[in-house]
Design a protein. Structure first.
Length: 639
């Protein structure tokens, strides 16, 4: 593979050249070495769930069609898929649990480094959760909020609190279908039970429970992570910042934080601004301390502090390859085990911090919320002290960096659209109803060397905004678009259709709105519910002219996200198919029949332009069903 075929991003291309010269393996090389990848695995036809096996079903129908226990392709593919949902939901939800734990400690005054930043949000959450607020101390309220939220994880019956935010019609449908989540952990455990040897052997029944589990992520674990992070670290507001490897600085100590949980990254922001440590950096010959992020933890501190982003998932090894990173600290999720060997080629210190995620060759500095700030300072000091070990000749920082605006939320975007004094979705709904906006789309998820880096995200976003579809983005997708300049308000003039352009100009927002990390996909669910509640566009999410996509997905977390969107009624297109194509029945269920139950299907399409048009067609279909006006600026095709 030539470097131009690996990534559309110039900075990444440049570093891939250096990696090749220096003999450093990257994910692209390891992917090529892995080819051809296992066909059974790709199609979802292998099973290791018991030791009668491992078993595999022959897709050409010449060899065995059943596992030793008698499991068919249908059973095996569905079981494997919902185990992916369970893992993804567990990752998001455990993150949410940790944020709740931090809130509890902060409320008890047991932490160094955290407080309650958004009191207004704390109070509104307390009201929603039925917790008294009148005349009470905010710490007492926060304690009760944290305890209430904790109980949602282990709850055995009833319904998750935040599921009430969904339109009533949707809630009723979930109850009717038996997919209203009861407790976050309970649904995940039940996936493991149902998929162990000899339990649930009906692929439709398995997928149905998969949806319930995913809903427990989207309207449970992830939403808890987002809401409580806003309380603890502040609700984001529109903010300017910079993105790409060019944000690293030749003359400063460069610290890169990588992973997911804002509990760590937020306090590192504070430590990196510590006067004493900055003085120490200067004594060591650096001009200052420069902090940048990779992956979702980067999005967390970008949204709340405007900290620059060094790159997305496929740039983690490349960041170290610049030779300019003095310390990379990681917590959990999406951290390639390969990082330790790349770091060995440079002076870069790799520091792991979570008891849940250790790396044999990294230094481990365990992070504890109780001692957050002192630990963060210790790590920053390690970086400062490592600056002198940087080898000048090995430093290659690409020039590329791009301006962006981020920090949109379900609360702030539409405060914006409604003008300064009105927090209302009316203008957004009206823009859709009048045909100025066609609809909206969420593009989310990862990078994957199977698809040219960033190309899937950027081309899809461009095609959608060209067709007057407002785009909201999260995770590594947001970082891809940011690097391509799509998160600048000016990009509306360059790329957006006339209707969307008018809206962006009036309100001063970019045509692609960055709403946060992957757990912040919950902000999209809230936004969709608010749009329904505002009125004029039907009474369920499945009636809205909206669609979702994950063009470069790779993580199990993306499977859970995709499922909670579809189960909430949003048509969702994936760049790579789920590993289920070996089962005709499961494929048929997911791509054709789910619409009959939950009101939305999946589609698989690797070409981002074609995928965008699947979304546009879907949006048009929904506009027609709602009998909305024709698009304002669309020429009627000549007969
Ligand atoms: Ni989401 Fe974030 Fe990126 Fe994918 Fe990984 S960082 S939680 S999983 S790779 S978008
Ligand atoms: Fe094979 Fe069935 Fe055991 Fe899976 S559960 S490994 S298909 S015998």
């Amino acid at each position: 593979m030539k470097k131009e075929e690996k990534s559309i991003d110039k900075a990444s291309q440049e570093l891939l050249k250096i990696a090749e010269k220096e003999g450093i393996d990257t994910a692209w090389d390891r992917y090529e070495a892995m080819l051809p990848q296992c066909g059974f695995g790709e199609l979802g036809l292998c099973c290791r769930n018991c030791i009668l096996g491992p078993c595999r079903i022959d897709p050409f129908e010449e060899g065995p069609q059943k596992g030793v226990c008698g499991a068919t392709a249908e059973i095996i593919a569905a079981r494997n898929l919902i185990r992916m949902i369970a893992a993804g939901a567990a990752a998001h939800s455990d993150h949410g649990r940790d944020v709740a734990h931090t809130l509890l400690l902060a409320a008890q005054g047991k932490t160094k480094g955290y407080g309650i930043k958004d009191e207004e949000k704390l109070l509104s959450l307390a009201n929603e959760l039925g917790i008294k607020t009148d005349g009470r101390d905010k710490k007492e309220i926060a304690k009760e909020v944290a305890e209430k939220v904790f109980s949602e994880f282990g709850q055995q019956h009833g319904e998750l609190q935040f599921s009430r935010r969904a339109p009533e019609k949707r809630q009723a449908l979930w109850r009717k279908l038996g997919i209203m989540p009861r407790g976050i952990d309970r649904e995940i455990v039940e996936v493991m039970h149902r998929t162990t040897m000899g339990v649930d052997n009906d692929c439709e029944n398995l997928i149905t429970h998969g949806m319930r589990t995913a809903l427990g992520d989207g309207w449970g674990g992830s939403m808890i992570a987002t809401e409580l992070s806003d309380v603890l670290f502040g609700t984001p507001r529109p903010i300017r910042a910079k993105v790409n490897l060019g944000v690293l600085k030749e003359d400063e100590v460069n610290i890169v934080v990588h992973g997911h949980e804002p509990t760590l990254s937020d306090v590192i922001v504070a430590a990196s601004q510590d006067k004493e440590l900055i003085e120490l950096a200067k004594k060591n010959g650096a001009k200052g301390i420069n902090l940048a992020g990779i992956c979702c933890t980067a999005n967390e501190i970008l949204m709340r502090h405007g900290i620059p982003i060094a790159g997305n998932f496929l740039q983690q090894e490349l960041a170290i390859t610049t030779g300019a990173v003095d310390l990379m600290l990681v917590d959990v999720q999406c951290i390639m085990p390969a990082l330790s060997s790349v770091a060995k080629c440079f002076h870069t210190k790799l520091v792991s911090t979570s008891p849940k995620a250790k790396f044999p060759q990294a230094e481990h500095v365990e992070f504890k919320e109780e001692e957050a700030l002192p630990i963060a300072k210790k790590i920053v000091r390690m970086a400062v002290e490592n600056f002198k070990n940087r080898v000048k000749e090995k430093v290659n920082i690409p020039k590329e960096k791009m301006d962006l605006v981020a920090g949109f939320t379900a609360e702030s975007v539409f405060k914006f659209l409604g003008g300064k004094y009105r927090a209302t979705y009316r203008p957004l709904n009206d823009a859709i109803i009048s045909g100025r906006l066609r609809g909206a789309a969420g593009i989310v998820g990862c990078n994957n060397p199977k698809i040219k880096h960033d190309w899937g995200h950027v081309e899809m976003a461009k095609e959608l905004i060209k067709n007057d579809v407002l785009v909201v983005v999260t995770g590594c997708s947001a970082i891809a678009d940011a690097k391509a300049g799509l998160l600048k308000p000016e990009s509306a003039l360059k790329y957006a259709g006339k209707g969307l352009q008018e809206i962006c100009e009036t309100v001063g927002v970019p045509p692609v709105l960055h709403v946060g990390s992957c757990v912040d996909n919950s902000r999209i669910l809230i936004t969709l519910s608010n749009v329904v509640a505002e009125g004029g566009l039907g009474d369920d999410i499945s009636e809205l002219p909206v669609a979702g996509a994950a063009p470069e997905w790779m993580s199990e977390k993306a499977v859970s996200i995709a499922f909670y969107f579809v189960a909430s009624g949003v048509f969702t297109v994936l760049g790579s198919p789920f590993p289920i194509l070996g089962s005709k029945e499961v494929t048929d269920l997911l791509t054709k029949r789910l619409e009959g139950t939950v009101g939305a299907n999946f589609a698989f399409e690797s070409d981002p332009i074609k995928a965008a048009h699947l979304m546009i067609d879907h949006i048009n279909k929904k506009r027609e069903a709602l009998k909305l006006k024709p698009m304002m600026y669309e020429k009627v095709a000549a007969v």
